[in-house]
Design a protein. Structure first.
Length: 262
């Protein structure tokens, strides 16, 4: 779907990030302040070496991630992404959008077409995206509404494989590690209302300057485009509270009463 609103979304991201509300990091790592020599070396490197790979991360998204093996651990994730082709994107994840934000993960995003080509064993690593989009909890701050609508339409029925490598906290809700410790954690997606712990969505709204309820209303036109997805029920019953299904977010197999793959 290479129409002009999608292209506009990509082109406007650098400017939109400048206009988006700032969201600082969750933790500051220990260490001495940069020496003058280090700053001089960095300045020289910027002029002489270039910065090609990071400069391609032109798409900015913000969403929420629970960890698959520990659903109570939930974080706000700032994605800086490169759309490699129509079916594949790759993202660096940070705990904020300011200059001092911490790199704490990676995410790969693939289309439904590519997901269907994965072997069965691999599919358990990939979370569905339809709830994130239809709930209004996945956002592209600062870009025009029409461009964001086209962008989210293009991400419907997609899947993400996400690893968080540093627990930088959830902005006052978790104990943060001041350094990257332990093994990477596979992240998942929320797939029902009520799975996000109280205050998490509101914290993201306040920090980034968005209204997920209004965004959800505007995205209801995307519900007819939603296909049943694998992984919707992967964490069902794991959050310790009542949850509510959302129209358009259906576990694949349930729509026809057949066997499902969680």
């Amino acid at each position: 779907m290479q129409n002009w609103p999608f292209a506009a979304a990509i082109l406007l991201v650098p400017a939109s990030l400048a206009s988006a509300q700032e969201a600082g990091p969750g933790v500051s790592p220990p260490g001495a302040e940069k020496a003058m020599k280090t700053e001089v070396l960095e300045a020289g490197a910027r002029m002489l070496q270039g910065n090609s790979p990071p400069e391609q991360l032109t798409l900015y998204l913000v969403g929420l991630h629970p960890m698959k093996a520990a659903p109570g651990h939930q974080v706000e994730a700032h994605h800086f992404c490169r759309q490699v082709n129509q079916d594949f994107a790759q993202c660096a994840l940070f705990d904020g959008n300011t200059d001092d934000a911490n790199l704490n993960g990676i995410e790969y995003i693939i289309s439904e077409t590519l997901f269907e080509q994965l072997p069965e064993e691999e599919r358990r690593y990939w979370h569905p995206h339809n709830f994130e989009i239809l709930s209004g909890q996945l956002i592209a701050p600062g870009i025009p509404e029409l461009a964001e609508s086209e962008l989210m339409q293009g991400k419907m029925n997609s899947y993400g494989k996400t690893w968080h490598v540093w627990n930088t906290g959830s902005h006052g809700m978790d104990d943060a590690d001041r350094l990257p410790l332990g093994e990477p954690r596979l992240a998942w997606s929320f797939n029902r209302d009520g799975e996000a712990r109280p205050g998490l969505v509101q914290s993201m709204e306040a920090r980034v300057g968005v209204d997920t309820k209004e965004t959800r209303k505007k995205r209801q036109k995307l519900v007819p485009r939603a296909d049943p997805q694998e992984g919707v029920d992967a964490l069902e019953g794991e959050f310790g509270r009542e949850t509510t299904p959302v129209p358009g977010v259906v576990q694949k197999g349930k729509e026809r009463g057949g066997p499902t793959r969680r």
